[in-house]
Design a protein around this ligand. Structure first.
Ligand SMILES: Cc1cc2nc3c(=O)[nH]c(=O)nc-3n(C[C@H](O)[C@H](O)[C@H](O)COP(=O)(O)OP(=O)(O)OC[C@H]3O[C@@H](n4cnc5c(N)ncnc54)[C@H](O)[C@@H]3O)c2cc1C
Length: 448
């Protein structure tokens, strides 16, 4: 079946947006202000996930509901925006038609492709045993695995010798570094007060990266600050080292070392999300090449924004995969669509760089603010991080919940939602069944 983008205003131009991440939402919210434009927003989830805080769900600082925003509620007062829960499998730039996973086809006048990223495992063997951190589901699975390892080690302390409390994080970019900081705190401050029998101090946390710096895209001073902060929290840094292979019970490193572990966390890189777009040029990481006005070459009514797009700045260098780039490019695409509708020319995307920041743990953060990258480290950067993230979380309820959780965590050194709720991740094969020994299998229960 083929339908035209169907919304409350039947005669206006129809805009189809694929993906309700920062880019897609930014675009839809801008167009929502124009009741004559009919918008259909497709996402495979019925929620928008705030990816920068996934690691806090994984390390029991925030609940999943704190960082998931109901997409429909965002547009409840915008009858011209129709939300469709569906996976788009293909987008045809010529007919401006999307094909959904059930075979349905929907056509529009403009297409905005905002499908984001997916993990890039760089063909590493055994990645099915790794725990990526790119979706809410990933974060909840990882949280269950971390908690299950503590539960199993508590019941069978001998498992610690077999790597039960060894955690390996791949990638020392913002995802890996922020996860390492939060996990180190969980191990150092929270778990010793909850697992009285367990020698939690025997836990190991290794951060592995092929590069030679922590937080590579920040300044050399920030590299040193972040490395020192992590090492002080007990994180072992293995820089200039790759993870060559992952198994259910180990990580094999490029220097030949084998680390016994049942928890390899993957923060090693991203590539374009899966979406078939015939005849559309792709660049680095499979991203869609766009012109300065964010349209696809030869298709002036087809846009790609955010992580899915290869957006080059005036110097020809592609902008990084950041929430701010996605949000601003989504809004810019909307403005160019409105210009088109009004018969006006498109304008070239201008990115307003507000800087970058990363949290390394309680009281530790780095921030490079503004286009001139004014550097902040330590408690000031930590406060800036808290302020920016509270504001960025879009729902008032989410802001309040997150702020209460952070304050609670900061002052009490306890964590909130330590819920062991993903049985696939919680069930760990210790490989003892053949010897007749019962492998520890915790039932999915709440531990706190
Ligand atoms: C763990 C992590 C931490 C990060 N930390 C930071 C940070 O601190 N600061 C920062 O600026 N950036 C950070 N980023 C990057 C930032 O989150 C991304 O740049 C931003 O989310 C990109 O927005 P987007 O809209 O392009 O894509 P996304 O936010 O990924 O959204 C894409 C949307 O498209 C949907 N989708 C995908 N494919 C389809 C399909 N075929 N059909 C239907 N729907 C589809 C997805 O469900 C998703 O909702 C982080 C990213 C990760 C993964």
């Amino acid at each position: 079946m083929s339908t035209d983008g169907d919304t409350a205003s039947p005669r206006g131009p129809a805009v189809l947006i694929v993906g309700a991440g920062f880019g897609g939402l930014g675009c839809a919210k801008e167009l929502a202000k124009h009741p004559d434009v009919r918008v259909t927003l497709f996402d495979k989830h019925n929620y928008h996930q705030f990816q920068p805080l996934l690691y806090q769900v994984a390390t029991s600082q925030l609940a999943a509901s704190d960082i998931a925003i109901d997409i429909r509620k965002e547009f409840r007062k915008s009858p011209n925006v129709n939300v469709k829960l569906a996976e788009v499998v293909a987008a045809d730039p010529v007919s401006k038609t999307v094909t959904l996973d059930d075979g349905q086809k929907v056509s529009g006048d403009f297409l905005v492709l905002a499908g984001g990223s997916q993990p890039n495992f760089f063909h590493t063997p055994g990645v099915e045993h790794a725990f990526p951190l790119y979706s809410l589901n990933d974060a909840e699975r990882l949280r269950s695995r971390i908690l299950a390892l503590f539960e199993d080690a508590d019941r069978h302390p001998e498992l610690v010798d077999r790597g039960a409390l060894n955690f390996v994080i791949v990638g020392a970019g913002p995802t890996g570094t922020e996860t390492a900081g939060a996990l180190a705190e969980l191990i150092r401050d929270v778990m010793p007060s909850e697992y009285h029998d367990l020698a939690v101090r025997r836990a190991r946390l290794l951060l592995v990266d092929l590069g030679h710096a922590v937080l590579g895209e920040f300044s050399p001073r920030a590299h040193e600050y972040a490395a020192r902060a992590l090492q002080r929290d007990g994180v072992e840094l293995l820089l200039g080292t790759a993870v060559k292979e992952i198994g259910p019970d180990r990580a094999v490193l490029s220097d030949g070392t084998t680390i016994p572990t049942h928890c390899v966390i993957w923060g090693g890189g991203v590539m374009a999300a899966q979406l078939t777009t015939p005849g559309v040029g792709r660049g680095r990481g499979g991203r869609i090449d766009v012109l300065p006005d964010l349209t696809v070459a030869d298709h002036p009514e087809v846009y790609a924004v955010g992580d899915l797009a290869n957006i080059r700045g005036p110097d020809g260098v592609a902008y990084p995969q950041l929430g701010s780039v996605a949000l601003q490019s989504g809004r810019w695409a909307a403005r160019n669509i409105l210009a088109d509708i009004d018969g006006k020319p498109h304008t070239a995307f201008h990115y307003h760089d507000k800087g970058i920041m990363a949290m390394i743990g309680r009281g530790h953060a780095v921030a490079e603010v503004g286009e001139h990258r004014h550097e902040l480290h330590g408690p000031i950067a930590f406060s800036a991080w808290l302020g920016v993230h509270v504001v960025l979380l879009s729902g008032v309820r989410q802001r309040v919940d997150a702020f209460v959780s952070w304050a609670w965590d900061y002052f009490t050194k306890t964590r909130g939602p330590q819920v062991l709720d993903r049985s696939d991740a919680a069930r760990i094969d210790w490989g003892d069944e053949e010897e007749g020994e019962e492998a520890p299998r915790p039932a999915p229960v709440a531990s706190a």
